[in-house]
Design a protein around this ligand. Structure first.
Ligand SMILES: O=C(O)CCC(=O)C(=O)O
Length: 301
């Protein structure tokens, strides 16, 4: 895999690995669960309908065309470099909530196919959080390495994140990256127990160094791939992850969403459920980076 970058630097090729495809284990749920337990993640190639995912892509980007951020045709996802979102949508949180609740998007992210996959993963009926992290990342954007534990384990830790590329996301566009073997980094995981990001502002979720430096220090690799519409990746609360840089040569915006799932039988963290979920900090959809106008001059975490 060529052309992976992190904080403006090329990732040395020996440090990059391809996320292993476990779709072949879907007919053997115990083996699927064992793989998740062992690797800390599952990559499932082509398990959703490509057409359904592309419908979701069109729906989201069409909303961004309307606020001047994406050029026609919407599905190409090319940034105009400008935005009229703030003038046209004075309530940015409300706007992003309405985009995040589009019917085509929800049918891909929360529909029957996804519920069936996640029920297989948990071995019982699975339930998604209503709150969604919809991410539209232009050139220059990346997500720093972190574990999801401090955000989503207030009620229990049988929670999995599903990362869904909404369209094709080649490595040049800054897809998900997983730190290989990080689910066994006890020196980081043990001190994290009990850490709740919105109750403890003395600590940060970010792992503090860029992914290349982190992987170098740990003697490990960064796993990613050229994602295609219909693929998903999922991982538990103890797997370090982030994203590559979006360094697209054609101003294409990387579109994805991440949603947390759990067994339906377990207690809910009420912040992420209901018609008007509060989100991590209580600001609802307004707290998300996606709710900010898509200008190209700011960075995530
Ligand atoms: O999509 C990204 O940039 C990061 C995703 C992430 O942090 C997550 O799914 O928890």
């Amino acid at each position: 895999m060529q052309a992976c970058r992190v904080t403006g630097r090329p990732v040395p090729s020996a440090m990059v690995g391809e996320l292993a495809d476990s779709a072949g284990l879907m007919g053997d749920p115990p083996a699927l669960r064992a793989r998740l337990q062992e690797d800390g993640y599952l990559f499932l190639k082509g398990v959703l309908s490509r057409a359904a995912v592309m419908d979701a892509r069109r729906e989201v980007f069409q909303r961004m065309v309307q606020v001047g951020e994406i050029a026609e045709p919407a599905e190409a996802g090319i940034s105009t470099g400008t935005s009229r979102r703030a003038e046209m949508e004075p309530d940015l949180g409300h706007f992003w909530k309405s985009v995040s609740e589009g019917p085509d998007l929800r049918s891909a992210s929360h529909g029957r196919a996804m519920t069936a996959i996640m029920s297989l993963v948990f071995g019982e009926t699975a339930r998604p959080q209503d709150y969604m992290f919809l991410r539209a990342g232009p050139f220059g954007r990346a997500t720093g390495l972190h574990f999801d534990y401090p955000f989503f384990t207030r009620a229990h830790d049988r929670v999995a994140t599903v990362w869904l590329p909404i369209g094709d996301v080649p490595v040049s566009d800054g897809p998900l990256v997983i730190v290989e073997g990080s689910n066994r980094f006890r020196d980081l995981i043990d001190p994290m127990m009990g850490f709740d990001i919105s109750r403890d502002n003395t600590r940060k979720a970010d792992l503090g160094s860029d992914a290349i430096t982190f992987a170098e220090q740990r003697g490990t690799r960064l796993l990613t791939r050229n994602f295609e519409a219909g693929d998903i990746a999922l991982f538990g609360m103890y797997t370090a992850h982030g994203s590559l840089d979006n360094h697209t040569a054609i101003n294409r915006v990387r579109l994805s969403c991440d949603v947390r799932w759990q067994p339906a039988s377990l207690p809910l963290d009420e912040r992420y459920f209901g018609d008007n979920p509060l989100g991590t900090t209580g600001a609802g959809y307004a707290e998300l980076n996606g709710a900010k106008p898509l200008t190209q001059d700011w960075h995530v975490r």
